[in-house]
Design a protein around this ligand. Structure first.
Ligand code: 3H9
Length: 655
């Protein structure tokens, strides 16, 4: 039968008296103005035609509907608005069935919630992730979801923006059935039979009663996790409202809140992060370069970093060959990796079968010849130029001609390492952040001679690990540590100028950082940076301002939290301001004749953000970072920058 067309993105066919309406708006079938208008037209047609007994909504491709069109936010609204379309679906005189063929997210799930029946393929992903964009659902999600699954479960899902599998959605009561066979055939049959019974309109259902205690607990947990962001708090309020008021009033309040948040700075920042993440994967010049297939990964060094990388790669399905220098070290490496997997089992994140499958793909040996079969070798040995150069030269004689070699160096120059090898074109930097099995950020260092297919393969590997790869050029510290150094330097200048470490930390934490800078120092330990400063002392510009307070702390044995004292004291493990440190700071100021001034929290944050953005500008000018948004992602995913502020470059742009 020929297809009916209702708009550029909406078409339909009539099957067995059921109008099957397809939403075809690539890439994710977002609810653009054309989709909304087309859906209204299709429903209008279905209403009038007496040969149509029911309607099925389905998405083209692998997605049902990915949500409202985020690109439309910030532009003047175009009728019909989504709530109108959704009301039309829920009130429709004939059954409307959602055939969920893939992701049903945000507005996409809200469309489905208004349908009279929801059936999904097992691979579908279901959720209301709006809070991740700094907003709340704006087309009925906060009012209809609790009517289906209760207030407690709705608070948990909406305030976290958690996306669930179709299976979990079915258990929760969001989805009516999972369809393993042909989704369209099943949905048509369900729609036909629904035409003979009363329609189940979600909005008319009562919210199932639950104890106030359970609801308060869920709400408190949601607010705790929200760390000051508005979206989750508003989501909790709106979900609770569903049980307390009529659907119409609940929807009106939801819409008002949605519009207010959509136009907020927090939402603009999170939208920026959303699009920044999608842009980060795209690298100019690599559009037509195919990545090599990587199945076996060699990891040289199975210490803290190497074992974390191994776990990340095992989790992603790779075969791992870990290399150590001695049998004993290889045994320890294997134990370290097994230990991380065991912890995951204990916490319920992994089952025994999953652990055993991973261990079945792991070998840790003391013989580097084992790397002969590796497609990619990542070195994670001690960060020393001689050690790394010697290792790469040795690898030249072991690995296959088409193998890729990656260095995980943090501070050394990978161009120098590459230059010492026979094939610098196959060398790339993979700068993981610790713990490598947890941290999402991965700086992919495009060295001077890295071949395009090597870079493309490294990127594909990083994405295969589920990481967020950011490509950067070679510079000391790459993107993250360069900006971090500038930020740290500025913070230490401010300490000399009059702000105390705890005042700076308090300002950063109030801004949204999970932990202040000086508390982070103490947690990481001060020795390594001290050793680096001592190495650099001879080449440091004597005219440049240098703050020696951190050196003084180290000289006094104040190496941080593990030593019981650093920038702070830790009596009973609790971070406390130490008058001894305050006195050391006063002495340092006096030695330089600095009359301390006082800073407000806002002044502190502004000055630090400015320092970060200035260094970011330098990285862009030098061509180390490809885009300002990449820098924001590095700071958000590697250094605790609050995502709802958008990153230092975003903030600078807004100012
Ligand atoms: C909402 O619904 C509000 C409502 O409550 C109320 C309204 C009144 N809009 O991620 P990918 C683009 S808020 C516009 O790489 P995947 C994306 O930019 C929305 N564009 O694909 C990229 O473009 P490009 C709530 C969108 O297969 C391309 O699609 N929904 C949207 O890995 C591919 O994206 C969400 O928050 C959009 N909604 O994953 C869901 N979504 O190629 C957001 C994607 O030019 N989306 N694009 O770079 C996702 O989580 C994932 O995209 C999805 C597909 C899982 C759907």
């Amino acid at each position: 039968m020929s297809a009916l067309r209702f708009s550029d993105t909406i078409s339909a066919t009539l099957t067995d008296g059921v109008l099957v309406v397809t939403i075809d708006n690539p890439p994710v079938n977002a609810l653009s103005a054309d989709v909304r208008a087309g859906l209204m037209a299709a429903l209008g047609h279905a209403e009038k035609d007496s040969a149509i007994a029911a309607v099925v909504l389905i998405g083209a491709g692998n997605t049902f509907i990915g949500g409202a069109d985020i690109k439309e936010f910030g532009k003047p609204p175009v009728e019909p608005l989504l709530p109108e379309v959704i009301a039309r679906i829920e009130d429709f005189s004939k059954p409307v069935v959602a055939a969920i063929n893939g992701a049903a997210l945000g507005g996409g799930l809200e469309v489905a919630l208004a349908c009279h029946e929801r059936d999904a393929v097992p691979s579908a992903k279901i959720g209301l992730p709006e809070v991740k964009l700094g907003i709340v659902p704006g087309a009925g999600g906060t009012q209809r979801l609790p009517r289906l699954i209760g207030t407690v479960a709705a608070i948990e899902l909406i305030s976290n923006g958690r996306i669930v599998s179709a299976n979990e959605a079915c258990k929760l009561g969001i989805i009516d059935s999972l369809i393993e066979s042909s989704l369209i055939d099943a949905a048509v049959a369900i729609a036909r039979s629904a035409a003979d019974s009363p329609l189940r309109r979600t909005g008319t259902l009562p919210v199932p009663p639950e104890s106030t205690e359970a609801i308060d607990k869920a709400a408190a947990e949601a607010l705790r996790k929200a760390r000051g962001q508005r979206g989750p708090a508003e989501a909790v309020r709106l979900v609770r409202l569903a049980a307390a008021t009529s659907l119409a009033e609940g929807l009106a309040e939801e819409r008002r809140t949605f519009v207010e948040l959509r136009d907020s700075e927090e939402a603009a920042a999170l939208r920026h992060v959303f699009f920044a993440e999608r842009a980060a994967g795209k690298v100019e010049g690599l559009e037509n370069v195919a990545p090599r297939k990587i199945e076996t990964v060699g990891i040289v060094g199975t210490g803290l970093m190497g074992s974390g990388i191994a776990v990340a790669a095992l989790n992603a399905g790779y075969r791992i060959i870990g290399i150590e220098q001695t049998q004993e070290a290889a045994q320890k490496g294997r134990e370290r990796i097994t230990g991380i997997l065991d912890k995951a089992v204990q916490s319920g994140r992994l089952d025994i079968a999953g652990r055993d499958d991973r261990l079945g793909r792991l070998a840790v040996v003391a013989d580097a010849q084992g790397l002969a079969e590796a497609d990619l070798v990542i070195e994670a040995v001690f960060d020393d130029l001689a050690v790394k150069t010697e290792l790469f030269q040795r690898l030249d004689g072991i690995v296959r001609a088409d193998a890729i070699l990656a260095t995980n160096t943090s501070y050394l120059d990978p161009n120098v390492i590459a230059a010492a090898t026979a094939h610098p074109e196959r060398i790339v930097g993979l700068h993981f952040f610790s713990p490598a099995n947890i941290m999402r950020l991965l700086e992919v260092v495009n060295c001077e001679k890295t071949a395009p297919h090597v870079l493309a393969s490294a990127l594909a590997f990083a994405k295969g690990l589920g990481k967020l790869p950011i490509v950067c050029g070679v510079t000391a510290g790459f993107i993250g540590n360069r900006i971090f150094s500038a930020y740290r330097r500025e913070a230490e200048f401010m300490v000399e100028d009059g702000a105390l470490p705890h005042e700076i930390d308090a300002a950063l934490e109030a801004y949204g950082f999970p932990m202040g800078l000086f508390a982070v120092y103490d947690m990481a330990g001060l020795e390594i940076a001290w050793a680096r400063r001592k190495r650099q002392a001879a080449t440091r510009d004597p005219a440049a301002r240098y703050v020696a307070i951190a050196d003084r702390l180290c000289e006094a044995g104040r190496f941080g939290q593990r030593a019981g004292r650093g920038w702070y004291a830790y009596p009973d493990g609790k971070r406390t301001v130490d008058p001894e440190v305050t006195a050391m700071i006063a002495t340092a100021r006096a030695e330089k004749d600095i009359a301390p001034q006082s800073f407000t929290a806002d002044e502190i944050v502004t000055r630090l953000l400015k320092a970060m953005a200035a260094e970011g500008d330098a990285l862009l000018t030098e061509g180390i970072a490809a885009r300002a948004s990449d820098i924001d992602l590095v700071m958000i995913n590697g250094y605790g920058f609050p995502p709802h502020k958008g990153g230092p470059m975003f903030v600078a742009g807004r100012r």
